[in-house]
Design a protein around this ligand. Structure first.
Ligand code: ZN
Length: 91
């Protein structure tokens, strides 16, 4: 097993760990909504990357879910309506 020849001095050790938490992130702006975000990444607010919609955002999912719910409810109403009509026809 390889073993270090010398003890790492406090200075060397602390110099190494001093750079650990320094992270200067470059910040770019979304081309669509100007939301600040790291470069080369899709916008988390609007889901755009290079002027195209690439990911579904939370808002999109909520809207889609709402539309599905509405469609489902409309379908149920139609079925109920059809059943009522059938019952009336049978009477
Ligand atoms: Zn955006």
């Amino acid at each position: 097993m390889p073993v270090p020849k010398r003890k790492t001095s406090k200075r060397r050790r602390d110099q190494r760990s001093s750079t650990r938490f320094i992270r200067v992130k470059a910040i770019a702006k979304c081309s669509n909504c100007e939301h600040p975000l790291p470069p080369h990444s899709a916008c988390t607010q609007c889901g755009f990357y290079k002027g195209k919609k690439v990911i579904a955002t939370k808002l999109d999912r909520v809207l889609k879910r709402g539309e599905l719910k509405k469609a489902h409810q409309a379908n149920q109403h139609m079925q109920e309506y059809a059943q009522e009509n059938n019952e009336q026809d049978n009477k």
